[in-house]
Design a protein around this ligand. Structure first.
Ligand SMILES: NC(=O)c1ccc[n+]([C@@H]2O[C@H](COP(=O)([O-])OP(=O)(O)OC[C@H]3O[C@@H](n4cnc5c(N)ncnc54)[C@H](OP(=O)(O)O)[C@@H]3O)[C@@H](O)[C@H]2O)c1
Length: 227
């Protein structure tokens, strides 16, 4: 049977593109996010068996629910993520807590559970960013969270070798999704060449995992397709 895949943050953007790309490759899916309507309409459009799991990954209850799914899948895509644009001192407690819970704690918990629960031959894709590790004050907590995710992924890759579980990091550059508007960044004025499509990111990540690559950077303006 074709392996099944669980995608977090599947209700929009890069996560929805992962879901469509995986469905086109014939994989049954578990789709995770908070927006039930968006997940249901995506599920209705796909030609593979789909299970929708509505979960807020900043909550213990949501994380527990998603962890419980991992024994039944062969690919985990840790894609859910968000940023609040602005300097650290200007951010609310909720913004800061969410940045750490969603971008750091959730992929940590799910990567650990995947290493424990998934069968040999399985894979994990962790969605980082070209912003990982950048010291731009406007995106400090986000960039730090993605740098953490990359370090965690390297450790998970070594651990995964013992269980025949591959770990691939995808590092997208600026991608045309709701992410930027949600973060509060003014980016609508940027020219088309600064952007790429979510589909391009998802395809490149799945190809990299299939090849057994440790990581892939997918940035606009590198001579490939743009939005
Ligand atoms: N767009 C870019 O330029 C870019 C560049 C580099 C990296 N990335 C990374 O790509 C990933 C996907 O982002 P995107 O660009 O596709 O943005 P997006 O369209 O805003 O999608 C974010 C996804 O995360 C989900 N999510 C947010 N908070 C959540 C929560 N508390 N619990 C569960 N799910 C939650 C959202 O679903 P709900 O709101 O329905 O929960 C949505 O499905 C993120 O990790 C982001 O850091 C994006």
């Amino acid at each position: 049977m074709t392996p099944s895949a669980l995608v977090t943050g599947a209700s929009s953007g890069i996560g929805a593109a992962f879901a469509r790309a995986l469905a086109a490759r014939g994989h049954p899916l578990v789709l995770v996010a908070r927006s039930e309507d968006a997940l249901d309409s995506l599920a209705a459009e796909l030609d593979v068996p789909v299970r929708v799991v509505v979960a807020d990954l900043t909550t213990t209850e949501g994380l527990d629910r998603v962890e419980a799914e991992l024994g039944g899948v062969d690919l985990l895509v840790n894609n859910a993520g968000a940023a609040t644009y602005g300097e650290l001192g200007d951010q609310t407690h909720d913004d800061l807590d969410d940045a750490v819970l969603l971008n750091v704690l959730a992929p940590t918990r799910l990567t650990a559970a995947a290493l424990r629960e998934m069968a040999p031959g399985s894979g994990i894709i962790n969605v980082s960013s070209t912003a990982a590790g950048r010291d731009d004050p406007a995106t400090g907590a986000y960039a730090a969270g993605k740098a953490y995710l990359e370090t965690l992924s390297r450790a998970a890759r070594h651990e995964g070798e013992q269980h025949e579980i591959r770990v691939t990091v995808v590092r997208p550059g600026r991608t045309s999704t709701a992410f930027h508007e949600r973060s509060g960044e003014e980016s609508a004025h940027l020219p088309a060449w600064r952007w790429q499509s979510a589909e391009r990111v998802a395809e490149a990540a799945l190809d990299a995992l299939e090849r057994g690559d440790d990581e892939v950077t997918v940035a606009p303006g590198d001579g490939h397709e743009r939005r």
